[in-house]
Design a protein around this ligand. Structure first.
Ligand SMILES: *[C@@H]1O[C@H](CO)[C@@H](O)[C@H](O)[C@H]1NC(C)=O
Ligand SMILES: *[C@@H]1O[C@H](CO)[C@@H](O)[C@H](O)[C@H]1NC(C)=O
Ligand SMILES: *[C@@H]1O[C@H](CO)[C@@H](O)[C@H](O)[C@H]1NC(C)=O
Ligand SMILES: *[C@@H]1O[C@H](CO)[C@@H](O)[C@H](O)[C@H]1NC(C)=O
Length: 388
């Protein structure tokens, strides 16, 4: 487990750490470092800014990583872009930091997939986008559809992906909460960037980079929000029915084709011409939840390295697929849009309805808990049978 400058580090440990770090810098300077030792020297901006050593040291098993990151400064030249002054603050902020693609990790899970080669034993990796404040959602998912378990003979594993929220004391407090959750549940990947809607694409690309390093042979991934009801048992059965062991393309969910780019400034999804000129998006699957193969996840990561970050994360995945010549597909069992919880008067019907689906948007934690219980109730009578 990662401990980043924890106060529990003693003075002598700190000196050892410092010594090791200067050794690494010394060795790399003279090119005598073994090429297999993963040293990441990341620098996004070519300017004279101070080098800020943000060191992440992992002492899990035999691998050890040292990341030295240069602070990524705002790109002030974006202010000269057409109509910059009239853009909403979130978009301005996005443009200032769009080029920053590497952030230090605060919480890591180096052993989640059991190592690079063992990762092929993870059949379905649940990658859930959460944010620090959503403790109640994480808690209920751990007890329901995101429970780590074996289903139908294969392993399901869970990861929450997060940035950080708040400033000052609030940020410290939330980070402590996540640390406590990590100690108990071991299911959090956290990076030190501001967890906002327009940073979701950043979150996804950071995750994909992590996956390539830690779980490259995972068979399939579910990528979705922390407020959806995902029928993960059905997902496993659906994926097992395919002629694909994760080594072929798969990207499926609620499909958007020729989706129009929103130009109305009041919308959360507003995108100005300076970010995207074309009027429609490449085909993509709604970010509430989609399934993809390990193969496709790695292809997307590769493509993402040469595609400028776009604020809408699911649309960005579509752009990466398009660049690779791959297509997303529709899965009729995924209802991420226009389908809220069926109305309260229809109680008897809901669990049966959900039992046949892969995913429905959006649920309150209490509804989620109850619904998972009901859907999994062996006495639930859903005749006439409507299996997927
Ligand atoms: C900064 O923004 C300008 C204007 O959009 C752009 O041309 C330039 O490439 C950006 N620099 C970096 C480092 O991304
Ligand atoms: C993983 O498997 C490959 C090929 O079988 C092998 O060369 C490599 O050493 C293994 N790596 C680890 C970390 O066990
Ligand atoms: C994304 O995170 C970075 C790092 O915390 C922050 O500087 C930037 O403002 C964030 N971007 C948005 C659009 O919130
Ligand atoms: C997955 O299937 C491919 C053929 O489609 C095969 O070559 C490969 O060995 C299989 N991988 C595993 C780990 O079973």
């Amino acid at each position: 487990m990662i401990r980043l400058f924890r106060k529990t580090i003693t003075v002598s440990q700190a000196f050892v750490l410092l010594g090791a770090l200067s050794m690494v810098i010394y060795l790399s300077k003279y090119n005598i470092i073994h090429p297999n030792i993963p040293i990441l020297l990341v620098s996004d901006v070519k300017n004279d800014s101070q080098v800020m050593p943000l060191t992440t040291v992992s002492s899990h098993g035999s691998t050890s990583k040292v990341q030295v990151m240069e602070k990524c400064d705002a790109n002030m030249s974006v202010t000269s872009l057409t109509d910059f002054a009239s853009l909403p603050d979130a978009i301005k902020n996005f443009l200032f930091y769009r080029h920053c693609r590497h952030y230090p990790m605060l919480l890591d899970l180096p052993g989640k997939c059991g190592g690079i080669n063992q990762s092929e034993e993870v059949f379905l990796l649940l990658v859930i986008k959460s944010s620090p404040n959503n403790y109640d959602r994480r808690e209920v998912l751990r007890k329901t559809w995101a429970k780590e378990r074996m289903h139908n003979g294969v392993w399901i594993r869970r990861i929450f992906i997060l940035g950080s929220s708040g400033d000052g004391y609030e940020k410290i407090k939330l980070n402590k909460l996540l640390q406590a959750e990590q100690e108990e549940f071991n299911d959090i990947l956290q990076w030190d960037f501001h967890d906002t809607f327009h940073n979701l694409t950043l979150k996804q690309t950071l995750f994909l980079g992590w996956m390539e390093r830690n779980c490259p042979k995972v068979r399939f991934l579910f990528n979705g929000d922390d407020d959806v009801f995902a029928n993960t048992d059905n997902m496993v059965e659906y994926l097992q029915s395919l002629d694909n062991n994760g080594s072929k393309h798969l990207f499926t969910g609620y499909l958007f084709i020729n989706e129009i780019v929103v130009r109305w400034k009041g919308s959360k999804y507003f995108i100005p011409n300076v970010i995207q000129e074309t009027k429609t998006y490449a085909p993509y699957c709604g970010g509430g939840g989609y399934l993809l193969s390990g193969y496709t996840a790695l292809v997307i990561y590769k493509m993402s390295q040469s595609i400028t970050i776009h604020p809408i994360d699911d649309a960005y995945m579509g752009m990466c697929l398009a660049k690779a010549g791959l297509e997303p597909s529709l899965h009729v069992g995924v209802k991420t849009l226009g389908l809220n919880m069926p109305s309260k008067g229809q109680d008897g019907l809901e669990p049966c309805y959900l039992r046949q689906l892969l995913l429905v948007h959006r649920f309150l934690p209490s509804e989620m808990y109850l619904m998972w219980k009901q859907v999994n109730d062996p006495h639930l009578d859903c005749r006439p049978s409507t299996k997927l």
